[in-house]
Design a protein around this ligand. Structure first.
Ligand SMILES: Nc1ncnc2c1ncn2[C@@H]1O[C@H](COP(=O)(O)OP(=O)(O)OP(=O)(O)O)[C@@H](O)[C@H]1O
Ligand SMILES: [Mg+2]
Length: 249
């Protein structure tokens, strides 16, 4: 067990949609500097748990903590300002804006929406945006409309946008889905670099088990909204209940 305080923690979290328990009493913790995987069959509650942890969904029971502070009722933009960022299963970029423009308006932690878009950006902000664009190997696309990028390039852009406020933890919802192997390798390498060189913590929802095995020290498995298993990637891949949940009897 880890004796540190968790960076992000959910205690006995419940989320119901009508009669359906999408998240059904889950205990969950990510410690500083970890790369943790969150897997499970389709509809097992992974995205809903993300939404609960990032406060996009109000939970029906339980508590959420970030940096030791209870955030169960804190607004999402305030949680973002505290150092938490995420990407979405369906990519959210502004297709009619360029890569650079997308980066500049993505100062998620300010919570100022449209006003934020209209105000000229500070030179430091632009410097940071250009640095991240280069880091994500999108430099040749800096002035390209986001709508013209491939799915994988848009994923990288979305990760860049999430990195703009310099978060402590990044939650990525299926960062590799529908992406070619070359870009998956770039995403993997960049996550590793951010983790090793800047100590950034990651929580990754994935269906790509090789990606999880290569990056994660610990994995949680959800099934029907409940925590089915928790362990190293090796332990998880040998767990009979996990195999059963994925492949059935
Ligand atoms: N807004 C909603 N209203 C009603 N039901 C919902 C809503 N969001 C999710 N659900 C249901 O909650 C359950 C969990 O869905 P969720 O999207 O969290 O699963 P997931 O593990 O992310 O699945 P996938 O791997 O397909 O992305 C599913 O049965 C889904 O239909
Ligand atoms: Mg999902």
């Amino acid at each position: 067990m880890n004796s540190q305080q968790p960076l992000l923690e959910g205690r006995d979290v419940y989320k119901f949609f009508g009669g359906l328990a999408a998240v059904n009493g889950v205990d969950f913790a990510v410690y500083p500097g970890e790369i943790v995987g969150l897997i499970g069959p389709n509809g097992s509650g992974k995205t809903t748990l993300f939404d609960c942890l990032t406060r996009l969904q109000t939970i029906d029971k339980g508590q959420i903590f970030f940096k030791g502070q209870e955030i169960t009722r804190v607004r999402p933009y305030q949680v973002a300002r505290m150092g938490l960022a995420r990407t979405f299963q369906v990519i959210r970029v502004y297709r009619k804006m360029t890569v650079l423009e997308n980066m500049l308006i993505s100062r998620q932690w300010r919570g100022e929406g449209l006003l934020n878009m209209l105000r000229p950006s500070h030179p430091d902000t632009e410097r940071r945006a250009r640095h991240l664009i280069q880091f994500l190997q999108l430099e040749h696309l800096t002035d390209e409309l986001a709508g013209h990028l491939s799915g994988g390039q848009r994923r990288l852009l979305e990760i860049g946008m999430a990195l703009m406020p310099d978060p402590d933890i990044l939650l990525l919802d299926e960062a590799t889905s529908g992406i070619n192997p070359t870009l998956i390798e770039i995403i993997k390498d960049r996550i590793r670099t951010l983790n090793r060189e800047q100590g950034k913590t990651f929580l990754l929802i994935e269906h790509n088990i090789n990606f999880i095995a290569d990056l994660c020290s610990r994995v949680y498995v959800l099934n029907f909204g409940e925590k089915l298993a928790e362990g190293t990637p090796e332990e998880i891949m040998e767990n009979e209940a996990v195999i059963e949940a994925y492949f059935g009897a």
